[in-house]
Design a protein. Sequence first.
Length: 668
Amino acid sequence: MTVNQSHQGRQRVMIEGVHPEIDAGRFPAKRIVGDIVSVEADVFVDGHDAVTAMLLHRKLGAPLWSETPMRALVNDRWEGEFLAEEMGLYEFTLEAWVDHFKTWRRDLVKRLDAGQVASVDLLIGAGMVEAAVGRAAGDDQQTLHTWALKLRELARSEDKQPVREALSDELAAVMDRYPDRTLVARYERTPQIVVDRTKARFSAWYELFPRSCSPQPGAHGSFADCEARLPYVAGMGFDVLYLPPVHPIGRERRKGKNNALAAAPEDVGSPWAIGAAEGGHKSFHPQLGTLEDFRRLVAKARDHGLEVALDIAYQCAPDHPYVKTHPQWFRRRPDGTVQYAENPPKKYQDIYPFNFESEDWRGLWQELKSVLDFWIEQGVAIFRVDNPHTKAFPFWAWAIAEVQREHPEVLFLAEAFTRPKVMHRLAKLGFTQSYTYFAWRNTKWELTEYFTELAHGPGREYSRPNVWPNTPDILTEYLQFGGRPAFMARLVLAATLAASYGIYGPAFELAEHLPREPGSEEYLDSEKYQLRYWDLERADSLAGFIARVNQARRDNPALQSDGSLAFFPVDNDSLICYAKATPNLDNVILTVVNLDPYNPQSGWVELELDALGLDAHAPYQMHELLTGARFLWSGPRNYVSLDPARAPAHVFRLRRRVRTERDFDYFL
């Protein structure tokens, strides 16, 4: 369907304020398979004529548009919807036109009510119906022809009472099917929607180092050892198992324990210093196992409800094969040495970054994409990308689009702790999820402001947060000094504020909290530089607590998306309260967290009852999902007390009172 350009000067309808549309249609908004995509726009015309608006949508590449009528909201705002049925790119646009028949019908009602109907008014309607006969098909042609005759007959009648027949719903419905779109206006752009699988919105990640999975202290772990760890990870309720790089580790300039510049002969080095004589980004560390071992791990993980995510770190150790075979991909310093990675004052002497300004940038791009292709062939469909903000934006736009054109199921998580505008740009370019600043947001004000922005700011259309309380690089001061309650509180915050979250374990569930030195966020004896043995059977492990939190997430759809997040006042700044709910309010989760890991805190929570679908005059039950306890609340203000030594958080499911015909009450 195309708009006749010769009629542009006669087109009177304006279409603007289209939503969702990212940067004038330059980037797609994001949705999930099964979502109802709601499109809104301002559609209006000069004067008082009625307008009809139509939403056009299709899977990118489909030959024909599907059409959905839009409905008027208020103040010339219109809304239309379509179903995102499958993964991939969709596109949409809008058309609108002055609907002269609707204008005539609306005005005829007014004239009838005022007793002002004249014969000419009916003749005008008859003319429009006759014109529609030529646009109609099948039996509708005869129906419209009959109505045209009837309107002319009514015009000749001296009895004005039957004139109301002209307002027939049947006639209006047939005319709606065959509108006069000669002067249709079309929106000048075709915004896009990228539709991902459900895990793009809702996921729970667990990071571990396979080399530290050995059951024997001091021994190098393997993929087989990691396979034995799968029931443990699945038992905690995670659905993504994230592995740091599994490639050969460079020997040249290898870092020692605790990031020491001089490595001892037994030091294993950092997995992010990729490449050695055994190979590079498409090879395996020989002590981890073979290609067949990795494929088996991926398959066994799937049997446990886990999907393996792999770290993609586009960088090289000094002895990576690329350094010799493609020296043009690296930046040389005046003394002839290759520039190693730096973020002053930090230095990464064991890593060479790629030079995306290389004259052979096309060759570099193709090779880096081939790395993704290789791992996709091995069954990996989720990539956590290391420091994507230090690689060229155009590369990511091209690479992600190329991969998802053939594999729309592939997801990309951007590990980019950098400036907000850079993080937003990466999300627009195609990264499915993004790391956040959650680790450094601790106070009630900081958490409220930041997560309100994530859930309701403009970025919500294209940026999906994935929040982590810790990573191998991040051990915050709160976790260093807050003890076990701090880990529990941050776990609940991460798992309930965001639909996607992750932890670096077993360091997290075992409350690893010692920094390398005072003021540092680096772990003492960091697993990045050495093997670690973890006693998973420790009595103080948080594994059981984590499992209960993840079970609550799986059981409650309200926690599986971010758009409904709402904060409620508490008269104590050490307590934070917020809720998430499904659109029809049949599942409402209220979370209260004590942000003080040292002291009991209490206060009065003040809820907005209407927003939660509650009757101000009826009690309601709060079912605590982590302990099974139940509390009877009433009204907007209710008292909460949390002792961090026992439980620093409540995760409530709201249950409303239902009365049966026999006056028997129960909570639903």
